[in-house]
Design a protein around this ligand. Structure first.
Ligand SMILES: Nc1ncnc2c1ncn2[C@@H]1O[C@H](COP(=O)(O)OP(=O)(O)OP(=O)(O)O)[C@@H](O)[C@H]1O
Length: 250
């Protein structure tokens, strides 16, 4: 069974129909890219996966999202547990004005893990997994705000990993970064997929092509095509997808 099943999903912002009958299945350890022109609903869909849209007034949702066999919109679901399982990394790095160590330890402490040795070990492991350890291991007490943009983004990934999610959502995680930092994050995603499932919104089609197994193309709130990435880019089945991936609009 797929890890994430999205069935007949509709989302409204007030009267505005932002997602229209979206159906997507995502398997464990897959990297799935969400592409499409500005305003087509990519970020909206991403946010439905950890119920971040609950925080936006006037949002209503129909349909189902099932993660690990559980409907995440079930009234009995603990949203904090869900967000532990489904972590999120944003477009702009969002480190807290704390030390590098405390940034990564934050989620652990919030989740009641206070044993010094356990916290230290998880912080080190998470920084290693986020490919940042070697650059910061001697500066763990330094402010996270002193890191470069690319390092800050890897730190945010380490912070997300520290609470051991199953799924990592990334909303244009490299759009604020230089090409080298972008490459580092792309290489990191390649590593992360061994442990996690990654769903990533990107405007960069080469990036989607390079890093994802499957790609979903959205247009005006509809999922037009969802296929293996190679197929979607090299042999799209829909005219709209073809025009978009060939750069004819967007
Ligand atoms: N909080 C909100 N309230 C009302 N409408 C919204 C809200 N957030 C997004 N929308 C609208 O929903 C549609 C989809 O927006 P969304 O941000 O999901 O698109 P996107 O594909 O991620 O765009 P971009 O690539 O520009 O980030 C857009 O028309 C947008 O204006």
């Amino acid at each position: 069974m797929s890890l994430i099943q999205t069935k007949n999903l509709h989302l409204h912002y007030g009267n505005f129909h932002a997602l229209k009958d979206v159906n997507i299945e995502i398997g464990r350890n897959e990297v799935v890219a969400l592409i499409g022109p500005s305003g087509c609903g990519k970020s909206t869909y991403l946010r439905t996966l950890n119920r971040m849209n609950d925080l936006i007034d006037g949002t209503s949702i129909k349909g189902e999202i099932i993660i690990d066999g559980q409907n995440i919109y079930d009234k009995k679901l603990d949203v904090n547990e869900l967000r532990k399982k489904v972590g999120m990394v944003f477009q702009k790095p969002t480190p807290f004005p704390k030390s590098i160590f405390e940034n990564v330890a934050y989620g652990l402490r919030v989740n009641g893990i206070h044993k010094k040795a356990e916290v230290e070990e998880t912080v080190e492991q998470s920084l290693k997994q986020a490919a940042l350890w070697d650059e910061v291991k001697n500066d763990l007490k330094k402010s996270a705000l002193a890191l470069s943009g690319g390092q800050q983004q890897r730190l945010c990934i380490a912070r997300t990993i520290a609470v051991k999610p199953e799924i990592i959502l990334m909303d244009e995680p490299t759009s604020a970064l230089d090409p080298l930092s972008t490459l580092q994050i792309e290489q990191l995603i390649e590593e992360l997929r061994k442990t996690f499932t990654v769903v990533i919104v990107t405007h960069n089609m080469q990036q989607a092509y390079r890093i994802s197994h499957k790609t979903a193309f959205f247009y005006l709130g509809e999922l037009i095509e969802y296929a293996d990435t190679k197929q979607l880019f090299e042999n799209p089945q829909h005219e709209r997808t073809k025009n978009y991936v060939q750069g004819k609009f967007g």
